[in-house]
Design a protein around this ligand. Structure first.
Ligand code: ADP
Ligand code: GN1
Ligand code: MG
Length: 369
């Protein structure tokens, strides 16, 4: 590990009582800057995750960390009361700053947080097995159950309208209208594909407005790589990346699992022939999610599990296309056209879901009964 990574300057802000050994950038998230740092404590090497919160995306990091503190404390307390062993690997543990806050602001006013590093587990960018799909979905459902009765005020909306697919669609339409970087000419077929599907962007919003599906506390970013899978037991042990935990719909969470845990290809795969929904993975997700969330989901939610995968995949496709047209201002990119590549995988997956939607619905009915 390098001794010179940028976090060397901010570790003094946190209540870590050990000698700093080194740190390095970590993980492949699209939003925050993540580092792992090692310390020697009582003769043992202990690691921590440090993250600089992206304030272009999260306008109120203090409110965000208030959500994270409440949600992690609630999860820990519930797991502890249930007699679960090693709670520190089952829910993120926020390390307080030296002045007792769940974050630290550096000399430039940037907000940092620190978590205990969960050892002996990892995240996956591509689904490896049905067992993993089951475990990831079970863990996200368990997370929703753990925070369902969170006491106190409604959580802060860290990004308003985050999963409002209608406003995501309207924003794309607006940016396609102004075309600030002259890129629309490259994406006519993608934009046409999205427009042909405008009719379903309102489906969940309408069901919510009619009172058919309830607001719940949801994670809202249930990518496969936001759940840690234990190396030894291959169980989903800890849900991470809690920046968007806020009021939402359970189906947004299930939909993002379908988006990220059914295709055997990376989100930015250029060879679109590799992108497809694999039915056994979908079935494993439904089984896993129903095993932990089935007791509180209502019939309208269960009836839209298959649909939610199509909706959220389209929504994220819309967001990547919007960012491409806007000049790559939101998601981190590593190459020209990166957001367009990501958009294309999403739209290809939407097509694959559409081709199998009836079979997906049949799978849900079989598992439910
Ligand atoms: P982003 O919002 O940028 O996606 P994440 O919070 O998901 O950031 O973290 C990025 C990666 O860092 C994760 O995919 C995971 O591999 C790793 N990570 C995050 N928190 C921890 C933790 N507490 N212990 C171990 N690894 C972690
Ligand atoms: C971002 O932070 P990360 O990489 O887990 C994004 C999600 C997208 C995802 C697409 C706050 O998630 O909404 O679905 O990229 N997070 C935010 O991979 O916008
Ligand atoms: Mg992440």
């Amino acid at each position: 590990m390098s001794l010179n990574a940028p976090i060397a300057a901010i570790i003094k802000g946190f209540t870590i009582f050990g000698s700093y050994l080194g740190s390095r950038p970590y993980g492949g998230g699209h939003i925050n800057d993540t580092y792992v740092a090692a310390f020697s404590q009582s003769g043992t090497r202990v690691r921590y995750i440090f993250q600089r919160i992206n304030e272009n995306v999260f306008k109120n990091p203090v409110a965000l960390m208030d959500n994270v503190r409440r949600v992690t404390e609630e999860s820990q307390a519930k797991l502890f009361r249930a007699g679960v062993p090693d709670v520190s690997r089952r829910a993120l543990k926020v390390i307080p700053s030296v002045d007792g806050r769940p974050y630290f602001q550096d000399a430039d006013g940037k907000t940092w947080r620190c978590y205990l590093f969960i050892e002996g587990a990892r995240t996956y960018d591509i689904i490896q097995s049905e067992r993993q799909a089951f475990q990831a979905a079970r863990a996200f459902g368990e997370f929703q159950a753990l925070v369902a009765e969170l006491p106190g005020d409604r959580l802060h909306e860290t990004i308003p309208n985050f999963h409002n697919t209608r406003s995501r669609f309207d924003r794309l339409k607006e940016i396609a209208g102004t075309d600030p970087h002259g890129r629309l000419k490259e994406v006519h077929s993608e934009w046409a594909f999205v427009q042909e599907r405008e009719s379903f962007v309102d489906v969940l919003l309408d069901l919510q407005a009619q009172g058919e599906i309830p607001e719940r506390i949801t994670h809202n970013d249930t990518k496969l790589n936001n759940v840690m899978i234990d190396d030894a037991t291959e169980t989903g042990i800890c849900v991470i990346d809690l920046d968007t935990v806020m009021p939402g719909l359970a189906l947004y969470d299930f939909g993002d699992m379908v988006r990220t845990a059914t295709s055997p290809a990376l989100e930015d795969e250029k060879d679109l022939s590799k992108v497809r929904l694999q039915m056994p993975m979908f079935a494993a997700l439904v089984r896993g999610y129903m095993s932990s969330a089935g007791s509180f989901l209502n019939q309208a939610e269960i009836g839209h599990l298959a649909f939610s995968g199509k909706l959220i995949t389209l929504e994220i496709g819309i967001r990547f296309l919007t960012d491409y047209l806007e000049g790559d201002v939101y998601f981190k990119v590593k190459r020209p056209g990166h957001n367009l590549d990501r958009c294309r995988t999403q739209l290809t997956l939407v097509k694959s879901i559409e081709e199998q939607e009836e079979a997906m619905e049949a799978v849900v009915r079989t598992i439910e009964s």
